[in-house]
Structure formats: structure tokens, C-alpha cells
Write a protein that binds this ligand. Structure first.
Ligand code: PLP
Length: 457
């Protein structure tokens, strides 16, 4: 037997198992049972001396692994704004695995290069960002923020006459960083890795909704990077770009916007929520959250295409490429064509499909908030986007209800702290979530609230 029929059999087996798994997404526990988690011990064996047949490897993965997954690809996962995976994107991903392209440049993969160019153009059109922007398809908003902020620093230093590539940071003019008080932890992580000390960050105070308070914005100058947000992680709110952008521009500062999920509101009927965000210098956003593409797919977008291409350049004698080669726009050198599932999602949704998906989530979030208020919960945010921040009558009650909901296996969502006190954070971002799923969540929480009548706190 040649290896080919074996490979085919194995991949067909994988596809069958994947389809069986998907058939169950609607009814499987959203967080796995304790027994399924305990069974994961089955993986904890010595690295084999002699390899096992691949079909046995796959069987073990499916039999022990599948039951212990979280059903984040299902309709009642309300955690972390991470969405599910659209069929078109999942299907594209499967074909990509067969292609096995090293999508670093045209020379490595003409198909990947050209399709990612189209994906980049569509992303800019969809988000209403300047067409000359560079778009790097990286692994995560974290990695893309790192790339964008390194381009930002390098550019501000160049404007001060400093050659960062040659001389590094020692003796360089200091670049100030102003961050929102509610800046996402991964923006801080990117800044920390880049050597901006946490103690040196200048914090812009925020209002009750978690937005930068324009009246208390720290001073900006031509050596400042200002980090703003489109979609605060708890409230879903947007910084007041209309007020902040002109001030940053007048000062010569660089504005970076973390729009990991919130930037997609630009594709909806509520795009006015993020008006003026297009005036920034750079943005990051995820495909794997609200666009419902597979992990790891994110975008670093930079108005100054050359700044990005210079900061991320990895041309070598044996590997030169164009300015828009993905290896020159991202941290990666060898890479998957992450832009292709994003292209597939956009192609399958079209402008109308994307708008109606985002619109539906905004409507569902508003209905969820109303339903929970009617059931006696306190909703802490307005809510403007797809995030609903909720508290019960006491902190202990809030925690007890969340834990009971997680244990139920019917739904899953995570905890957060809002203004120092526990809350739970519900996100509407899966294309699979129907109105009936939202209703099921409301009914479950209402019942749990009744059943666990406020413990003494
Ligand atoms: C999820 C998230 C990030 C980080 O994105 P990753 O793709 O997980 O690295 C950054 N900012 C916000 C607001 C987020 O929600």
C-alpha cells in the first residue's frame, strides 16, 4: 500500500470526526463535565519511543479531547467576545491545510499573496479605513499591537532624527505613552515587551463607562503614542475619537487604537459609534472574535504603510520581497495565510451579511440587558455594543449565580471586576446564537437568581 490511500483514509476519518463534533455543538455541555476533564489524564503518558499509527493518535485526540473542549464554537458560549467559526472560514481553513503554504511572500505562495492582498483591501473597505494602509495578518491582537506599536515608536523617533534600527534605544529621545485607564491587558503586555516600563505609562482617566475623559486628557506632543480603544472589554464603549483625534493630530502624537472586537461595529448600522476612528495612525483588530474566523487570525493596520513595512522588514539575501509581503508586515517569517479565512468570511457574508450579523448581536445584547433587568439583575453598562455587564443583589450572589450557570453546562460566560466589584460579563458575538439561545440564557439566570436567593453577604 502506498502512503496515499492511508493519508486519504486518515483525513477522511478526521473530517468524519470533525463533522460528528460539529453535529453536537448545539447540545454538548458548554463547559465540559468533571469526568471529561479527569479523562484528560489519558494524555499524560511518556513520549513514545516508537510512534503509533496516525489513526490511533487521532482516535485518542477525539475520544479524550473532544469531550473536554468548551463549546465556544456553539450557540450558547457568551464568554470573552470570541465568536464561533463561520462555515466558509472553517472550510477555507481545511483547504489551506492541504495547501500547506508558507505564506511569507509572493515567491513562496502566489495564491496566498494575492488573496491576502484582496483580504486586506476588503478589510479596509469594511472598516472604513484609509485605502493606503498596510494590513499585516498576524496571530492575535496582542502580536499585532506589538507590531503596530513598534512601528509607532520607530516612526516618532525617526521624526526626532533618531535611527532606531541602527542605534536602538540607548540614548534615544524618550517616547511617552499615554494609555486609557481601562487599556486592555494585552496592550500593556505589548508595551512592556517593547520596553516601555509600566511605571512610566501616563494614564488617561476614564469616565463611568470606561471611556477616556477628554477633559482630563494628559498632555500630548510629537514624542507621544496615545493608545485608545474601540470597544472597552467590559462595557463595549468607544473612546471619544471626535474630540481626541484632532488634539492628537495637532500635537503630532501617534494614535493607536485597540479595536480587537469593537472595530467591527464600523460594518454595522451603528457605525457612528466608532465615528472618527479612521483618523488614527494604527489599529489592531481580530478576525477570531467578532468576524467569527478561526484562531489565530488578527490584523495590524497602519496608515503609514512604509513605517510598518520598515519596522517589520525581514528581507534577507535569500528572501527579498515586496513592501506588502506579509513577512514584512507581521512578526512572523514562515506563516500560515491567516488572511485567507478572513477573505472567505468576508466573501461569504458580503457587506449585507456582515452588517446583519453585527446588527443582530447589538439587538440581542439590548434584549438580553432588558430581560435581565426585568428578572431583577442590575445591568452596569448602557449597553451600547455587544457586551452586557451584570450584577446580582450582592457580590456573593453575583459569584454564586455565575458559578451555578457555568456548572449547568447550558451556557458559559466569565467573571470580571467592574469598579472593584465582581460582575459577570456576557458577550454576544457568535453567528450561531439565536434569539432562542438568548432567551434560554435569560431564563436560566432568572431561575438561578430565584433558587439561590441572596446568601448573606
Ligand atoms: C481580546 C482582546 C485583545 C487581545 O486579543 P488577542 O487576539 O486575544 O490577542 C485586545 N484588546 C481587546 C479589547 C480584546 O477584547
Amino acid at each position: 500500500m502506498t502512503t496515499q490511500p492511508l493519508e486519504r483514509q486518515l483525513l477522511e476519518d478526521a473530517d468524519q470526526r470533525a463533522l460528528r463534533y460539529l453535529d453536537g455543538t448545539d447540545c454538548r455541555r458548554v463547559f465540559p463535565s468533571q469526568a471529561a476533564i479527569e479523562a484528560l489524564r489519558g494524555f499524560d503518558e511518556p513520549m513514545p519511543q516508537e510512534g503509533r499509527p496516525a489513526n490511533e493518535v487521532l482516535r485518542q485526540l477525539d475520544e479524550l479531547g473532544s469531550p473536554a473542549t468548551t463549546a465556544s464554537n456553539g450557540p450558547r458560549y457568551f464568554g470573552f467576545v470570541i465568536g464561533a467559526t463561520l462555515p466558509a472560514a472553517a472550510a477555507a481553513e481545511r483547504l489551506l491545510l492541504a495547501w500547506d503554504q508558507c505564506a511569507s511572500s509572493f515567491d513562496n505562495s502566489p495564491a496566498a499573496h494575492r488573496i491576502e492582498q484582496v483580504a486586506a483591501r476588503w478589510v479596509l473597505e469594511t472598516l472604513g479605513l484609509p485605502r493606503q494602509c498596510a494590513v499585516g495578518f498576524g496571530t492575535s491582537a496582542t502580536a499585532c499591537t506589538l507590531a503596530a506599536l513598534s512601528a509607532a515608536r520607530r516612526s516618532l523617533l525617526a521624526r526626532q532624527g533618531w535611527d532606531f534600527d541602527a542605534d536602538g534605544l540607548i540614548g534615544a529621545p524618550e517616547i511617552r505613552v499615554v494609555v486609557s485607564e481601562t487599556t486592555h491587558i494585552t496592550v500593556k503586555k505589548a508595551l512592556r515587551i517593547l520596553g516601555f516600563g509600566m511605571r512610566r505609562l501616563i494614564v488617561a482617566p476614564t469616565d463611568a463607562q470606561g471611556r477616556v475623559d477628554a477633559s482630563r486628557l494628559p498632555e500630548l506632543d510629537a514624542r507621544t503614542i496615545l493608545c485608545l480603544q474601540a470597544g472597552e472589554v467590559n462595557t463595549g464603549e468607544f473612546d471619544p475619537f471626535a474630540e481626541l483625534m484632532p488634539r492628537a493630530k495637532a500635537a503630532g502624537a501617534w494614535v493607536h487604537v485597540d479595536g480587537a472586537f469593537g472595530l467591527w461595529v464600523r460594518a454595522s448600522s451603528s457605525s457612528a459609534l466608532a465615528a472618527d476612528v479612521e483618523q488614527a495612525d494604527s489599529w489592531t483588530t481580530d478576525g477570531h472574535k467578532w468576524l467569527n474566523t478561526p484562531y489565530d487570525g488578527a490584523m495590524a493596520i497602519c496608515r503609514h504603510a512604509d513605517a510598518m513595512a520598515s519596522a517589520m522588514n525581514s528581507d534577507a539575501a535569500y528572501a527579498t520581497a515586496s513592501r506588502d509581503a506579509q513577512k514584512n508586515l507581521t512578526l512572523e517569517f514562515s506563516r500560515r495565510a491567516r488572511g485567507i479565512p478572513i477573505w472567505a468570511a468576508l466573501a461569504a457574508l458580503g457587506r449585507d451579511g456582515l452588517r446583519s450579523m453585527i446588527d443582530r448581536h447589538l439587538r440581542q445584547a439590548a434584549e438580553l440587558a432588558a430581560g435581565l433587568r426585568a428578572a431583577g439583575f442590575e445591568v452596569l453598562n448602557r449597553p451600547v455594543l455587544n457586551q452586557v455587564l451584570v450584577r446580582a443583589t450582592s457580590d456573593a450572589h453575583t459569584v454564586a449565580i455565575r458559578e451555578a450557570a457555568q456548572r449547568s453546562g447550558e451556557v458559559w460566560f466569565g467573571p470580571t471586576l467592574w469598579q472593584g466589584r465582581p460582575a459577570f460579563r456576557l458577550s454576544l458575538s457568535s453567528w450561531r446564537t439565536t434569539d432562542a439561545d438568548v432567551q434560554q440564557l435569560v431564563s436560566l439566570l432568572a431561575a438561578l437568581r430565584q433558587a439561590s436567593a441572596s446568601p448573606a453577604s
